[in-house]
Write a protein that binds this ligand. Structure first.
Ligand SMILES: Cc1ncc(COP(=O)(O)O)c(C=O)c1O
Length: 330
């Protein structure tokens, strides 16, 4: 039987309709800015977020790396939470590629009152905080959504201090659908966003840096320097445009299935497509579930997560909940 894979928002195969869009894509050389499908995707994304420009990049990690370098000069400080992807899963990229010093507040969702205590404006004789980074939704925070008013307060605070605000929006589409917030409302709050097409939206590859025209020009140079300048990338961009056109609203189904798994396992409400579980022995649970064809991620010695996505239908969610519940004895 095919395993049910809930380790991440990973697809085993793009949908047939997405593959048809990829096959039909017009391509050119994107390093010259001449790939019509990439140009369309970049314009479409910039417009959705109400920004001047967007730059197609191979991954969310590269998107974050570029954004952070746009807003934090070398040897200055990025402030984020201790569980943020940018300081947890990017192998020190901000430090190595950007010379960026990171400082963290306790992990999880951030609020302005907490962040304010950590900011170090220029002129204090300390390392200056140049930018604050927020993750929407929060991956290690169990797919929770930063409420719009909290983000607005963070924007007000950072603006008052002359600091930039970055969004790691790998799952910002989930946040928008779950909270009923427009992408342009989120876009208006951030100087830079990195948004992923390859998570719940189901494209095989790709993220976008969303920002103003000046920073976007610099982003193209940074992307090339990192080896992320792609040539006939329109085949991938076409998958991205298809995903934006067809796979945003359906994220609500993933959220419903995540909630059904959480209900079956007797854990609290979930906000989007991630079900975090505190267990006695996370590796043992994951191994036992794998033997029964259900793949889940170990994210701590006593923590696993289950992620619903385009490849997990109602039967898959029921099977996953049954297997994990069976191992846990709930
Ligand atoms: C919150 C967050 N940011 C960034 C990324 C990086 O995306 P990618 O795997 O495309 O590099 C991920 C990937 O899981 C993520 O969860």
């Amino acid at each position: 039987m095919t395993p049910v894979d809930l380790r991440s928002d990973t697809l085993t195969r793009p949908t047939d309709a997405m593959r048809a869009a990829m096959a039909a894509a017009q391509v050119g050389d994107d390093v010259y800015g001449e790939d019509p499908s990439v140009n369309r995707l970049e314009e479409q994304t910039a417009e959705m977020f109400g920004h001047e420009a967007a730059v197609f990049v191979p991954s969310g990690t590269m998107g974050n790396q570029i954004c952070l370098r746009l807003v934090v000069p070398p040897a200055e400080e990025l402030l984020c939470d201790a569980d943020a992807h940018v300081v947890t899963y990017e192998h020190g990229g901000a430090a190595q590629h950007g010379g960026i010093q990171s400082r963290t507040v306790p992990g999880g969702l951030m609020d302005a009152a907490t962040v304010e205590q950590y900011l170090r404006p220029p002129g204090w004789g300390t390392v200056a905080t140049s930018a604050v980074s927020v993750e929407q939704t929060h991956n290690r925070g169990g797919g929770r959504v930063h409420p719009l008013e909290v983000l607005q307060q963070l924007r007000d605070l950072t603006r008052k201090q002359g600091m930039a605000l970055h969004c790691d929006g790998a799952r910002i589409f989930n946040a928008a659908v779950a909270s009923g917030t427009k992408l342009s409302e989120y876009g208006a709050l951030f100087d830079t966003l990195s948004v992923c097409l390859s998570k719940g939206l189901g494209a095989p590859v790709g993220s976008l840096v969303v920002t103003d025209a000046t920073r976007a020009k610099e982003a193209r140079i940074l992307r090339k320097r990192l080896g992320g300048g792609m040539r006939q990338a329109g085949v991938l961009a076409a998958a991205g445009s298809y995903a934006l056109d067809h796979h945003v609203e359906r994220l609500a189904e993933d959220h419903r299935r995540a909630q059904s798994i959480a209900d079956a396992l007797g854990v609290g409400p979930v906000e989007t497509n991630i079900v975090p579980l505190e267990v006695a022995d996370a590796p043992a649970l994951a191994a036992a579930a794998r033997e029964q064809g259900v793949l889940i991620s170990v994210v701590g010695p006593k923590k696993v997560r289950l992620v619903t996505h385009l490849d997990v239908d109602d039967a898959g969610a029921t099977r996953a909940a049954g297997v994990v519940g069976g191992v846990l004895g709930v």
